[in-house]
Design a protein around this ligand. Structure first.
Ligand code: G4P
Length: 526
């Protein structure tokens, strides 16, 4: 058990769309021997057979609604890569997946630098001080100056960078990278994009071979490296573990250069499964008793059976097929004989699984986001919150007689994490909030399919929501009375403030200093 925990690395990739997440993922799977040829992941994305109407919708849009988990072995480590939906399928699941990992890899496009989505995902990682390694991608294209990229990351993301490799040129003049700790150049050669290969290397920054190879630019390059060493930070494992420092690698995923250097360092330095906080106590991964929590629910695998898969991260103990576990919220024991694991995106029946692994539990809607499972102990995991949606729409039902169905459907879908629902206390409107636009379409689709409630969306003037609480009952009462027009209950009957603009929120916060306005809501606290 100890060694199984020690050799596990569970992580996700954070990046702005098009920075290269899919391409890096593919090269990681190639390195982990989970696929044989590059190109497989992309081909799969579009070539999958439709299994349900929902999947048809996925295909029509050419995107993947499903988040998968990929497990592979590398240098003796078992690596679990949790996919974070990034394009139109960007959603709250993307954020919540980051609550289930022990570390993350950040990909930056060398020509574009730090982009908006990366900033947001970094904020989510900060909530748990997740350790982050960085890969600066697309060096085969004209890039920003490496020093400028480092400065941008440090300033905009407020994290110290420790360059592990440093590029020699970029774009057409890209020659390779220099590994600072190993004092070795790796030479870039085109033509190895889809296969594993060894780089040619030259040892010693100041060696005669290097001088010959770099020709007239040798002196300048030595100076540049001196500057990087002087101005840069020394690697400090403690700072990395606390999310204050990020080791940085340069390369090109498409050209299959540098991802292996990143992965070798990553498996060595990234943390194994860590203790996790529950409402009751911290649970250590090496404890014998089984425990885990659900961070994502994927529905409609088979619409006829309303089958759902709940993705559970195991936090302690081991899963074995057929075992009994306690569904803590319902205080009920279940026997699990058909949990699935995910090898390179393919589902297989899980025989055993360990802390850090993700298993998928079949269910028919009994499991909610944030639910905890244990060997019988009453433990409720914290840190799998709802995040304030960023987009809002008013829902109108076509047939008013079906409004009860609509409300039920919207509540159940919000328990699953597909979207969030808000019911203003002073009106009978229903508001749906989401992080990505596709969530609205999915919810409308499922409301019609599963609840027979056809609905249309109308624009809403809501800018954001905040969950409100206070330790001052009298103030809270007054606030509830005076701000009633802007208050709503969420799908779990928690009180929220619907702000119409940033200024509106700020004003409310200033006016009501004893009320807490929170941008996420923890499950399992009430
Ligand atoms: P994402 O999942 O983060 O959205 O990015 P993805 O890997 O799909 O990459 C986005 C685009 O960038 C793709 O091109 C991909 O081939 C390209 N790309 C990724 N890594 C590199 C790299 O190291 N160098 C260069 N030059 N390009 C890279 P596309 O034309 O949008 O897609 P495709 O037609 O290649 O599938």
């Amino acid at each position: 058990m100890n060694s199984e925990v020690e050799r596990r690395r569970t992580f996700a990739i954070i990046s702005h769309p098009d920075a290269g997440k899919t391409t890096v993922t593919e090269k990681l799977l190639l390195l982990g021997n989970a696929i044989k040829l590059a190109g497989t992941v992309k081909a799969k994305k579009s070539g999958r057979k439709a299994k349900s109407d929902w999947m048809k919708m996925e295909q029509e849009r050419g995107i993947s609604v499903t988040t998968s988990v990929m497990q592979f072995l590398y240098q003796g480590y078992t690596v679990n890569l949790l996919d974070t939906p990034g394009h139109e399928d960007f959603s709250e699941d993307t954020y919540r997946t980051l609550t289930a990992v022990d570390s993350a890899v950040m990909i930056i496009d060398a020509a574009r630098g730090v982009e908006q989505r990366t900033r947001k995902l970094m904020d989510i990682c900060r909530m748990r001080d997740t350790p982050i390694m960085t890969f600066i991608n697309k060096l085969d294209r004209e890039s920003l100056e490496p020093l400028e990229l480092i400065e941008q990351i440090e300033e905009e993301l407020n994290i110290e960078c420790v360059p592990m490799t440093w590029p020699v040129g970029s774009g057409r003049s890209w020659q390779g990278t220099y590994h600072l700790a190993e004092d070795r150049f790796s030479l870039y050669e085109r033509g190895h994009a889809s296969e594993l290969h060894e780089y040619q290397s030259i040892h010693g920054l100041e060696s005669t071979e290097s001088k010959e190879w770099l020709d007239g630019s040798h002196e300048d390059y030595i100076e540049e490296i001196e500057l990087v060493r002087e101005a840069g930070h020394d690697y400090c494992p403690g700072k990395f573990a606390a999310g204050h420092q990020t080791p940085v690698f340069f390369g090109s995923a498409l050209q299959n250069f540098g991802v292996d250097q990143l992965l070798s360092e990553f498996v060595r330095e990234a943390p194994p499964p860590q203790p996790r906080e529950t409402r009751e106590r911290f649970v250590a991964p090496k404890e014998d008793g089984f425990s885990g929590f659900v961070f994502k629910i994927q529905a409609n695998m088979d619409p006829k059976h309303r089958d759902r898969i709940a993705f559970m991260r195991i936090c302690s103990g081991a899963y074995s097929r057929g075992m009994r576990m306690r569904h803590v919220r319902l205080n009920r024991d279940i026997r699990v004989s058909d949990a699935v694991t995910f090898m390179a995106g393919e589902r297989t029946m899980a025989e055993t699984a360990y802390p850090g692994d993700i298993i998928g539990l079949h269910n028919h809607g009994t499991i909610r986001i944030g639910d905890s499972f244990s060997d019988g102990e009453k433990v409720a995991f914290l840190g799998v919150p709802n995040f304030a949606p960023e987009l809002f729409k008013r829902v109108r039902i076509q047939d008013p007689l079906k409004s009860k169905k609509l409300n039920l459907g919207i509540k159940q879908l919000s328990e699953e994490g597909a979207t969030q629902a808000f019911f203003p206390i002073n009106s009978n409107q229903v508001i749906v909030g989401a992080i990505g636009t596709l969530q609205f379409d999915l919810v409308a689709f499922r409301l019609a399919q599963e609840y027979g409630a056809d609905c249309i969306y109308e624009p809403s003037n809501i800018y954001t929501v905040r969950w409100v609480k206070s330790d001052h009952p009298a103030d809270f009462l007054e606030f509830r009375r005076k701000a009633a027009d802007q208050l709503a209950l969420d799908g779990d009957d928690q009180l929220t403030f619907l702000a119409t603009s940033r200024a509106n929120l700020q004003l409310a916060e200033e006016k009501w200093p004893t009320i807490q306005f929170k941008d996420s809501r923890e499950h399992n606290t009430h």
